[in-house]
Every structure is written in C-alpha cells, then in structure tokens.
Design a binder for this molecule. Structure first.
Ligand code: CTP
Length: 426
C-alpha cells in the first residue's frame, strides 16, 4: 500500500545507503518503492552490507550504479566520489544504519565511502537504525544516537521491537519501509519549504485523534463511517518527525500497522472510550487535532445483548438512537489557556457552500481552527486520496488549502497550530 501520492518524490534525487545489518535485505524494497514514486535513486553500500544484499540487485532496482568503497577514487568520476554523491543528493537515507557506521559517523571518521559521504553531506539525512538489542542499548551507542538526535539536519528513526534475526525479541528492528518513505517525503516537504529539516514542535505535546469510532447496535452490528484514519495518523507522524511528543487516540483503522510505528497509541472502539482517554490526556497537550470521524449516533441504553433477526432489528430501530456526545465541544469547554484545538468538518457542496457550513460549524464547536474538508470531489478525501479545502481560523480568517497529499496538508496544519501558540513563536 502506497501512502503518499507519487508527485512529491517525482524527480527527487535520493541517495540510499545500506550498512551491515541484516535489515539490509529490506533495502531493495525501499529502493523499489522510491523508484515507483518517480524518484531518482543512487545507492552506496558498506563492505558488510555488500555481503548481506547484492550490489547488483540494488543497481538493477535503482537503474543506477551501486557504489562501494573500491569506487571512491575512481579516476573516471568528475569529482572525488564522496563529494560528487553528497552534492548530487537532495536527501540521504541510511536504511539500515548499523552500530559501526553510527559510531564512525558521530566520531567524524571519514573511513570508507559512506562515512565520507555522511561527513560531506549538507542535505537532510534520514537514518533508520537496526541492530541487536544489546548493541542498541549499549551506552556508547546510545550516546552516539543522542548526537544524531541533537543534529537539526538529521532525522534518526528509532528501531522498533520484535523478533530479531539473532533470535532475540527486543528493540533493534529497522522501522517498516512505509514509515521510512513517509519520513523521506516529510523531509522533502520541509526542505522545499525551509531548505532544511525543522524540529519546531520540539518540547510540545500534540494529541491527535484518528479514524472512525464504532457504536455497537447488537453483538453483530455496528454504526460507524468510512474514515480510514489516514489524516490523523499522518498528522501524528508529521508532528513526531518535527519533534513533538505525540499521543494518538484512534478508532478501528483501515491502514497498514507500519504507519503507527513509534507513536504512543491508544486504541479505542467507541466515543465513550475516546472521551475517557481525551479527558485524561487533555491537560498535558499544547494542541489537539480532532481528525477522528466520531460516529454520530448510538443506541440509547447501549448495545442490545442479543442479536436480532433482520426483520426484528429493523423494527427495533424506531426512536431508539441518541446523538453521541460532542467530544470536541467538550474539549473546548475544558481547554487550558494557550491550548490550540483543531477540528475537521467533512462537507459536501461547492466552495461557497463549504465556507458557509464550515463557518457555522466552527462557531458551534468553538475550536480555534477548523478544516472544512470536501468529501464529494473526485479523487479526494477518504483513505490515501489527497485532501484540501479551507482552514478557518480566528477572526473569521479563511485560508484555502490546495488539494495536496495528506502529509503535505498535515505539515500545513501543524504550521497553523504553531501560529496559534503565541508564546512559542518569537
Ligand atoms: N467530533 C467530536 N465528537 C463528535 C462528533 C464530532 O469530537 N461526537 C469532532 C470531530 O473529530 C471533528 C469535528 O468534531 O473534528 C466534526 O464535527 P461534526 O459535527 O461531525 O462535523 P461534520 O463532519 O461536518 O458532520 P455533520 O455534517 O454530520 O454535522
């Protein structure tokens, strides 16, 4: 499943590097995915990576040469190769980053082609670590990792936990390819806008809600809607990539689980469960983005205990529904000073109708920002589709949001939320 529309990576020059970790067997999948998205890819492998994954496979998939240490001083190259590659790339991705390359890099050692490229590169670098749990927890490695985290132009992706090739169950697995590609796309969006990576959410906490909620009607039937959860999850990941502490509260999602990797997630089924978690978390947040499509109604008195036949079920519907409590309106009532609340409204109609309904909705809800989101336009809205609409702000300000990828939109919404935090912006 591709999570980003291809145009953001089209023609982008991406240098993919693989180090000596068994996760290098997944590097071809990343390259293949980037090529399908229209990117131009070149590869570098360290000597150990070349034993784990065939440089020929990487060259074939990338439609380019795969460079190794022996090529570094190739007299046929116009410049020393490490300089040529560092200047060619718009973004560098190390997937996987091994303990050994991490240590060489953070010590500033130009030993080998990749280590030299990393020292010479002045573009954003995304580094997805992968190693044995003991190695990952080693204090020298952790100190080196902190150095990466402190560097504003490096985006380190912490390994996830799972069964490792050494049979250990623990931290050390390289994060999934989908997430690495999301981080690359996010890096490209930021580079386009600021010329570099920006971690402007550092020190801030965002609560994002995502997906539909479900209200049980009986043991078999539920009332819900078609939200996939993509907008809220992508918003949460984008905020995390910008340095935020993120709490994701989500209903049943229709997304690859890889997209949730690294997030502090709270899975719920119905609105009441979502409400309880939001109540507990609200005071800790600088901003809340209510991207969840909370189900509108539920059965008075809760789900029926016994499943009814179709005919009896239909007859039982009668007047037995009530509206689900409006969680966003409740958050507005209890909001601490300075907290920014962003709501979403799924609307249909032309732009004028959209604005009219959106403005009315913003007044009813009382949130600081509201995205009026058309869901009746071809190729836009649910799932992986691009999204756009209008962002309604304080004092009746209206900002058109051109139709773009959900990740690009997420960055724009994060920018807008930051602007509503006056104490944060100088
Ligand atoms: N929301 C909520 N609690 C609800 C319903 C919605 O917190 N019970 C939040 C959603 O997360 C979203 C916004 O309020 O941020 C959407 O409000 P809603 O009234 O559902 O707007 P529309 O999508 O425009 O729905 P409708 O047209 O049915 O009024």
């Amino acid at each position: 499943m591709k999570i980003e529309e291809t145009y953001l990576l089209k023609g982008r020059r991406i240098l993919v590097a693989a180090c000596g970790s068994i996760a290098a067997v997944k590097t071809p999948l990343l390259i293949s995915s980037l090529i399908k998205s229209g990117a131009e890819v070149r590869c570098v492998v360290t000597p150990s990576a070349a034993q784990l994954v065939s440089p020929l496979a990487l060259a074939t998939l990338s439609r380019n040469r795969c460079y190794q240490d022996k090529d570094q001083w190739d007299p046929n190259e116009p410049k020393p190769l490490h300089i040529e590659l560092a200047e060619w790339a718009e973004i560098v991705v190390i997937a996987p980053l091994s303990a050994s390359t991490l240590s060489r890099w953070t010590k500033g050692l130009a030993e080998g082609l990749l280590a030299s490229v990393l020292l010479a590169a002045e573009v954003p670098v995304i580094a997805a670590a992968a190693m044995n749990t003991g190695m990952w927890r080693n204090s020298f490695i952790q100190n080196n990792w902190k150095l990466l985290q402190r560097n504003p132009n490096i985006l380190p992706l912490v390994p996830s936990a799972g069964l490792l090739a050494c049979d250990r169950i623990g931290e050390g697995r390289m994060v999934e390819i989908d997430l690495i590609q999301l981080a690359i796309t996010s890096g490209i969006i930021q580079k386009e806008k600021h010329g570099k990576l920006i971690k402007d959410w550092d020190g801030l906490t965002l609560i994002a809600t995502a997906g539909p909620t479900e209200e049980a009607l009986d043991p078999a039937r539920v009332f819900t809607n078609r939200s996939s959860g993509m907008m809220g999850v992508v918003l949460a990941q984008a905020a995390k990539l910008r340095g935020a502490k993120v709490e994701l509260v989500h209903g049943p999602l229709n997304l690859p689980s890889a997209l949730l990797e690294g997030l502090s997630s709270h899975a719920v089924t119905n609105a009441e469960q979502m409400r309880k978690i939001l109540e507990r978390l609200q005071s800790s947040a600088n901003a809340i983005a209510m991207a969840a499509a909370v189900a509108d109604i539920r059965k008075v008195g809760g789900s029926a205990e016994k499943k009814l036949s179709k005919v009896n079920f239909l007859q039982s519907l009668g007047n037995t529904f009530e509206p689900v409590p409006d969680l966003l309106a409740e958050l507005v009532q209890k909001k601490p000073i300075g907290q920014v609340l962003l709501g979403f409204s799924a609307l249909t109609g032309n732009d004028n109708e959209l604005l009219l309904q959106g403005k009315a909705k913003k007044v009813t809800k009382g949130c600081d920002l509201l995205m009026a989101n058309p869901i009746d336009r071809p190729g836009q809205g649910f799932g992986e589709q691009p999204n756009g609409g209008f962002l309604l702000g304080p004092d009746e300000t209206v900002r058109p949001l051109r139709t773009t990828s959900k990740l690009d939109l997420a960055h724009q919404l994060l920018d807008a939320m930051l602007l509503e935090m006056p104490s944060i912006i100088p």
